[in-house]
Design a protein around this ligand. Structure first.
Ligand SMILES: N[C@@H](CCC(=O)N[C@@H](CS)C(=O)NCC(=O)O)C(=O)O
Length: 215
């Protein structure tokens, strides 16, 4: 019986402090799904280990193992988990509503990638090769511009897809947290975004995995 339960338990491979893993931990917590988390990646077990590469040849975290299914890419994992849990409110089935949610998830994946590298990895942490002055400057300007876009989107609705919290708010909720956590950027007033940050902070799972003392 115990063995059977172990086999059915979701496995989340990825260090608990990684940007892309924390989003998945947040959702797992929201859904109250049982899972076993393993710290793979920088500072923990190496993702170059053949055991890990057999699951994800790209060597990136997170990876979700659900029985025979092995899933990589954090946003794909978020959608998989929400669908698996039947969380209709978080990830609606009607195509137009679903597209609204997915648009914000893709927006973070594509549009926030360079600003995060320039402003955070380069500017805040000083990590090479992202710490070249021109790249940092561009990253900070772009990050600020994107946060302005979010502020506009949130003026008429409490959450990105409308009246209720959805998957759209998970990747975005993280980049908002990082924006307000960074000390090396200039924070101009973004009232709707600040209210959104406080609204998300009312969620215990957000405080546990995102606004938890880590940037
Ligand atoms: N697009 C991928 C990116 C995955 C990725 O770059 N993950 C980082 C952590 S946030 C990683 O694997 N870093 C190497 C390490 O931690 O060893 C996703 O969303 O899952």
């Amino acid at each position: 019986m115990t063995l059977l339960r172990m086999e059915n338990t979701l496995r989340l491979l990825g260090r608990h402090n990684a940007f892309n893993v924390r989003k998945v931990l947040w959702l797992l917590d929201e859904l109250a799904l049982p899972f076993a988390q393993e710290d793979w990646g920088r500072g923990f077990r190496s993702t170059d280990d053949p055991e890990f590469l057999a699951l994800n040849p790209l060597g990136t975290v997170p990876v979700l193992v659900d029985g025979d299914a092995v899933i990589r890419e954090s946003h794909v994992i978020l959608r998989y988990l929400a669908a698996k849990a039947g969380a209709e409110a978080l990830y609606p089935t009607p195509l137009a509503a679903r597209a609204k949610v997915e648009a914000w998830m893709d927006w973070v994946a594509y549009e926030m990638s360079m600003p995060m590298r320039g402003a955070y990895l380069g500017g805040e942490l000083g990590l090479s090769p992202w710490n070249r002055a021109s790249f940092v400057q561009m990253g900070r300007a772009e990050y600020a511009r994107r946060m302005g876009q979010l502020d506009v989107a949130l003026r008429d609705a409490p959450y990105l897809a409308g009246a209720a919290f959805t998957l759209a708010d998970i990747p975005a909720g993280f980049v908002v947290h990082r924006w307000f956590s960074m000390k090396s950027v200039e924070h101009t007033a973004l009232p709707a975004l600040e209210r959104y940050y406080e609204r998300l902070s009312e969620r215990p799972a957000y405080r546990a995995h995102i606004r938890n003392g880590l940037p």
